[in-house]
Design a protein around this ligand. Structure first.
Ligand code: SF4
Ligand code: SF4
Length: 345
């Protein structure tokens, strides 16, 4: 059996195992070379982080509890000198996505060959505007070059703009631009620290009025346009159900059409190996104690708390909440079979 087939069959078995979490995000570093407006990460960098050996030990634990999809982010994870060792191991066991702010990917081609997706952050086709958001001259050129190089090298690259009031009216143009070039799109939604827990696991940024989406009608229109577009072009790596759920947050009589599945379908690990249902809550333990804690009374109580929590609208967490169980994976397959197949190259 080839290593790709071996991985796909191991992943299918885990997907179809009930009562297990399927998604994890590991924020492997707080180091970042960008200075994005509204982000706290670069203001609160931390030299401390787990070694590659410790992360691999933690990844084996995540695999054994059922995790299928792994997102490696930070900071910028590609700044870690030992990232190749981490990604090689991760890619063997998970559908692995690694995030890059666009500054590093083109310099790390060989490191990225085995991962399933490299997500590059580009917020605007307007170079000056993009660089103002990232607060680093050359950010746009670096990111565009990274996308180009990755695509030429046959590495699966996706562009991941963060939708905010700053770029709301240009998201469709940005989407069309990359889709015409065969580059898949995934979207993030502008978010900031909303936690009532001042010991939240991973602080991201204070609210910035310029970025908060105020034109709700335009956001509803954008969701409608994306739903329409994805019928013709499968390079939008989202589902109709997810976009409808997002849209419902901006429609008149807005409502949350999902219940959060943090620490049930997904969990987050920080650069020190601490875990939580999501980055907004205080840590609940260490990755190394996870097997013993998973079925504990304490985690059961936390799950109930998270289930009733309405603090955030992080798009990844919404997606994980909508598509965590085997039943919902099957409905995901019905909704966007081509993208599911993409995961099993
Ligand atoms: S948003 Fe990402 S790339 Fe920008 S400063 Fe924060 S961690 Fe770095
Ligand atoms: S809604 Fe879920 S993901 Fe968001 S802060 Fe609450 S528990 Fe965390």
């Amino acid at each position: 059996m080839t290593s790709g087939l071996k991985k796909a069959s191991a992943i299918a078995v885990r997907y179809l195992s009930p009562g297990k979490p399927h998604h994890a995000q590991w924020l492997v570093t707080r180091k970042c070379n960008y200075r994005c407006v509204g982000c706290n990460v670069w203001k609160e960098q931390d030299e401390r982080e787990l070694s590659a050996a410790e992360i691999k030990k933690g990844l084996a634990i995540l695999r054994d509890i059922g995790i299928v999809e792994l997102t490696i982010s930070g900071g910028d994870p590609l700044l870690r000198p030992d990232i190749a060792e981490i990604l090689d191991y991760a890619s063997e066991h998970f559908v692995t996505t690694v995030y890059d702010n666009g500054s590093m990917a083109a310099k790390k081609i060989d490191t990225l060959r085995k991962v399933d997706f490299v997500a590059i952050s580009i917020d605007s086709l307007d170079e000056a505007k993009n660089d103002a958001i990232k607060a680093v001259p050359g950010a746009w050129k670096n990111a565009m070059q990274s996308v180009d190089v990755l695509q030429k090298e046959g590495i699966r690259v996706a562009v991941t703009p963060t939708i905010s009031q700053k770029n709301l009216y240009e998201i469709m143009d940005l989407t069309t631009y990359f889709m015409e070039r065969g580059i898949p799109m995934w979207f993030c939604l502008y978010s900031y620290d909303t936690s009532v827990d001042n010991k939240q696991l991973f602080r991201i940024g204070k609210a910035n009025d310029e970025f908060i989406i105020t034109d709700k009608k335009a956001m509803v229109n954008l969701c409608n346009q994306l739903i329409k577009t994805m019928k013709k072009n499968k390079n939008i790596l989202m589902t109709k159900k997810l976009l409808e759920t997002l849209r419902s947050l901006y429609e008149p009589g807005e409502h949350r059409a999902w219940k959060c599945q943090a620490l049930n379908q997904f969990l987050v690990v920080d650069h020190l190996g601490r875990i939580s249902g999501c980055h907004n809550h205080n840590f609940a333990g260490s990755i190394f104690d996870l097997p013993a804690q998973w079925n504990s009374r304490e985690f059961k109580t936390l799950r109930e708390t998270y289930h009733n929590c309405t603090q955030c609208n992080y798009l990844c967490y919404i997606a994980y909440s909508l598509y965590g169980s085997p039943q919902s994976i099957i409905s995901l397959a019905g909704d966007q079979w081509k993208n599911v197949k993409l995961l099993f190259k």
